[in-house]
Ligand binder design. Sequence first.
Ligand SMILES: [Fe+2]
Length: 458
Amino acid sequence: MKHYNFYWIILLLAFPVQIFAQGKPVQQKKRKYGFRPELVRGPYLQMATPQSMMLRWRTDEPDFSQVRYGTRPGQLDKISGDKRLVREHMVTLSGLKPNTRYYYLLEGAKDTLQGDSSNYFMTLPLTGDRELYRIGVFGDCGNNSTNQRSTRDQFEKYLGNNPLRAWILLGDNAYSFGKDNEYQSNFFNIYKDNLLKKAPLFPAPGNHDYHDEPYSATYAQESKEVAYYQNFSMPQEGESGGVPSHTAAFYSFDIGNVHFLSLDSHGTEDQNSRLFDTLGRQVQWVKKDLEANKNKEWVVAYWHHPPYSMGSHNSDTEDQMVKIRENFIQILERYGVDLILCGHSHSYERSALMQGHYGMEQTFDPKKHVVHAGGAMGKPANTYMKDAANKGTVYVLSGSAGQLGGSQTSFPHDAMVFSDVTHGGSCILEFEGNKLVSKWICADGVIRDQFIIQKPAK
Ligand SMILES: [Fe+2]
């Protein structure tokens, strides 16, 4: 009898321990043998073209990389991918129809990792096609702040169910050093439920993506130590239009009648040249690309360091910004680039249609440098007319999609016609034929600036 009591006591003591321990050992066992890998990053869309789309995602354990897809949500009748066991998954769907919505589902060895009616994307339109294209522009976004989330929410609210044809990043995408874990918490986790799943991403790097090293000591472009280059796949061989750059650091692409150049203003190129060294590899490629795309109705260039700012950075005193303004932008202006988008300062600063101002702020003279001050017969005051000569560029600094604030004593910069350092936000560009409408959607949902560029009818 004594023995039986002893066994009961042991059993009762052990029972609660078993209950509390139940979930964990089983889960650990699953993980240990890789039975049920879980989706930890993505999916996100890369290298979009009219006929193809790359889907990338990450799992916590090695798994198959398979995508089921089709043009109807309940009928994913095609499959692409492979059965190699990897954690970083990259699958390119090819042979797709241009300008068409596809639904998709990610499939591992055992499970569907993700796939419901919100997993869809649109292939790009054919180069030259003209309809309404919406492009999202986020600068200095990745700091895991309330401002980042509110900016995202208000942008998504404005967009509604309309397709976002490209999602542009102006650099400093993950603070503070662009490390993989920072990309995870400050970028991928924040945008995973909507934008990453649906909108093809075309990023540019900022100084923080290069570990915030001073530019004199920064990493080489495409450095393996820079997570930006591990995380993103670029159309560097002209897959999406444009002249092949053969590097992920800078590249170009077309969205219908709009040509885009994504540039790198921080990493070092061959022979240590940079964006402001006009004999460097990047500038030589920019010239070739602009020459080959002179026939495009619209040309937009974007990179991180702005030529004009008196926000959190000073374009009169900071070397990179001074040199980009003095040496580089005249090349773009010569080719009639319509719009230049930058970040770096954590503000919104926007010019009129201007040209030829390469000096310090005090040398800016609207009579000399403004090509069109806005307004025309029957047009709103902020409508900029470009004539057949295609002269003039609007400069937009939009660097408050996450970070916010900071200004120089001479804020606002004299070349800017609208400046705001107190509200966060992002931009949406709406191209429709010969008209571009750009709106700054703030983190509280208010559109505080918008302008139009109008070109001659085709
Ligand atoms: Fe920056």
